[in-house]
Design a protein around this ligand. Structure first.
Ligand SMILES: [Zn+2]
Length: 332
């Protein structure tokens, strides 16, 4: 017997509309055979899928998930005999994984229901999807297939047409705060909510970053303080730090991107929800110094450099490219 708590829809923060829909489906005995929780990475698709699954599997219909029946306790412990969890291996879901699920589902069930939870379903290659199609076309009795995906539209049309899509909604700041508090986060700032674009998984990562605030201070220090100053001392410090610290590069690139988006928003006069809200006054002033095209161009350049780094652009060359792209914009 495991001490793991059974996932429960009642404990999920936010997603009220979707949860109401899930409860209705459960009341109807879950009429479909396959559902796909779809939304960006870090939105909480897996949490919802697991909670939905636990309630469907529980054999105590009146108070599902009861947390006590064999189905609940084995599901929570990860040892449920009729549950197959498929996750990408080396970023791929292979046909072998689908075949092995089909084999497991060909024998009788232990507690009456079979469930397959597939995470990141968009990672199935074509042969895996074709193989899954067989299960979707002729599902065994009492079988439920739950997919989670951040790329629903990239699944084959024949799969999409046989799967009910369950899209997740964005989270409000209060909901995000509640999720972060639940995860043990003590601080929760407007900055985290804005910078994570309302995605809880991303906010959680940021919350745990030891370098986030110091890197952000470094990045906002490139904003010139006054037009009389030649050169920006903060700029020099930023490039020096980046040259020396390869591991900080992705976070700093994200933060630079966030600052540039703030500058573009301020330039366009839509600065009610800036990522770096504590620097609003300076951002407004600096935003006016360049054109809209300058700010958009810079955002694209940072994007290009970030992608080049993923394709193994040399670290120092990436720092130099960043400095060449942004330096002139802030040098008054
Ligand atoms: Zn139960």
């Amino acid at each position: 017997m495991s001490l793991n708590p059974v996932p429960n829809l009642g404990n999920v923060v936010g997603q009220e509309k979707l949860i109401a829909r899930l409860r209705m489906l459960l009341e109807q005995g879950v009429p479909g055979h396959a559902y796909a929780f779809s939304g960006a990475a870090g939105m909480g698709k897996r949490t919802l899928a697991h909670a939905f699954a636990a309630q469907w599997l529980c054999t105590e219909k009146r108070q599902a998930p009861c947390g006590k029946c064999r189905s609940c306790s084995t599901f929570a412990a990860g040892t449920h005999p009729d549950v197959v969890i498929i996750r990408p291996e080396e970023r791929k879901i292979s046909i072998e994984a689908i075949r092995s699920m089909q084999e497991i589902f060909s024998v009788t069930t232990s507690y009456g229901k079979r469930l397959c939870l597939m995470e990141d379903a968009e990672r199935m290659n074509e042969s895996a999807q074709n193989c899954l199609l067989k299960t979707l076309e002729e599902p065994p009795a009492d079988t439920l297939l739950l997919l989670t995906t951040s790329g629903f539209d990239s699944l084959m049309p024949t799969i999409r047409s046989r799967v009910v899509r369950l899209p997740l909604d964005g989270y409000g700041k209060d909901e995000l705060d509640a999720i972060l508090r639940k995860a043990g986060g003590s601080r929760s700032t407007d900055f985290l909510a804005a910078f994570s674009r309302g995605i809880p998984g991303r906010a959680m990562q940021l919350l745990n970053s030891k370098t986030l605030e110091s890197n952000r201070q470094l990045v906002v220090s490139i904003l010139p303080q006054g037009p009389a100053v030649m050169g920006v001392p903060g700029m020099e410090a930023l490039w020096r730090h980046l040259s020396e610290s390869k591991t900080d590069f992705p976070e700093v690139a994200d933060l630079l991107q966030g600052l540039l988006r703030d500058l573009l928003a301020a330039h366009e006069g839509v600065d009610g929800r800036l990522i770096n809200a504590d620097k609003t006054d300076t951002i407004r002033k600096v935003a006016r110094i360049r054109t809209r095209e300058d700010w958009i161009g810079a955002i694209h350049k940072v994007d290009d450099i970030r992608q080049a780094v993923q394709f193994n652009l040399n670290h120092q060359m990436a720092v130099d490219a960043m400095s060449a792209a942004l330096g002139p914009l802030f040098d008054l």
